[in-house]
Design a protein around this ligand. Structure first.
Ligand code: NAP
Length: 249
């Protein structure tokens, strides 16, 4: 443990498992106090909390990021507990994969609501605190799919491409206030979710497209997120960092 983020307060959305959980633990390991947001996976979120509490302070904040009242409740709990916030990682995300011809409007709306509207709501609530203290870092978890597209994922790809535009526009709005806004675009990451559930044939096919010949890990994503949340990246804003083993290079 070291103290790159000593005295910082961070909130990570969708931190009950996978990439969000790894980010929450990595930030805590550098001294940040971390609010762990989740929607329904309380048991898993409790495990993340106990890992965070081994090295720093943590709290659970339950809420659906796409619902304004929930996002407001979540942030007010953080402020009530710690009095401020410095870092927001918009990581909560879902997919509802189908070819466009079979996709319902609800598949579209669900993905847009969590991935894009959730990011909008949480960011809008956190921003006044960052502006007031003239300091802060926002990291949005996009995806290579938002840059390259992928069949069966028009909704997901559109939401992740939306996050790229959101990141770049907001970075320009708040740069003069010493607030950085960046995005991560991970490729195929073994997060315990979709990638791990693929058949071995499907995994083989994908691996052939990755120059490094392997999937990424949640810890690799968390490491890059830490960089974007720390003073080590103080002159970097409006960027999208692709981490995909060279896949779309
Ligand atoms: P995951 O294992 O499915 O975890 C998703 C997290 O988001 C869970 O903690 C879940 O919490 C939370 N969540 C879902 N809906 C929510 C909502 N409405 N409000 C609050 N939290 C919500 O996903 P992952 O693989 O770690 O991916 C994390 C992020 O990285 C996502 O944005 C994903 O699109 C992006 N990404 C992943 C990959 C990859 O290969 N894994 C690649 C590129 C980008 P609950 O279970 O409590 O609902």
């Amino acid at each position: 443990m070291s103290d790159l983020l000593k005295d910082k307060i961070a909130m990570v959305t969708g931190a009950s498992r996978g990439i969000g959980a790894a980010i929450a633990k990595r930030l805590a390991n550098e001294g940040a106090k971390v609010a762990i947001n989740y929607n329904s996976s309380k048991e898993q979120a409790l495990q993340v909390l106990s890992a965070v509490q081994e090295v720093s302070e943590g709290m659970l904040v339950q809420g659906d990021v796409s619902v304004q009242a929930d996002a407001e409740k979540v942030l007010s709990q953080v402020i009530e507990n710690w009095g401020k916030i410095d870092i927001l990682v918009n990581n909560a995300g879902i997919n509802r994969d189908k070819l466009l011809m079979r996709m319902d409007a609800s598949d579209w709306d669900d993905v847009m609501n969590v991935n894009l509207r959730g990011t909008f709501l949480c960011t809008k609530l956190v921003l006044p605190y960052l502006i007031k203290q003239r300091q802060g870092n926002i990291v949005n978890v996009s995806s290579v799919v938002g840059l390259s597209g992928n069949p069966g994922q028009v909704n997901y790809a559109a939401s992740k491409a939306g996050l790229v535009g959101f990141t770049k526009a907001l970075a320009r709005e708040v740069a003069s206030r010493n607030i950085t806004v960046n995005a991560l675009a991970p490729g195929f990451i073994t997060s315990g979710g979709m990638v791990d559930e693929l058949s071995s044939d499907a995994k083989e096919t994908i691996l052939k497209k990755i120059p490094m010949g392997r999937f990424g890990t949640v810890d690799e994503v968390a490491e890059c997120c830490l960089f974007l949340c720390s003073d080590q990246s103080s002159y970097i804003t409006g960027q999208v960092i692709t981490m995909d083993g060279g896949m779309i290079a």
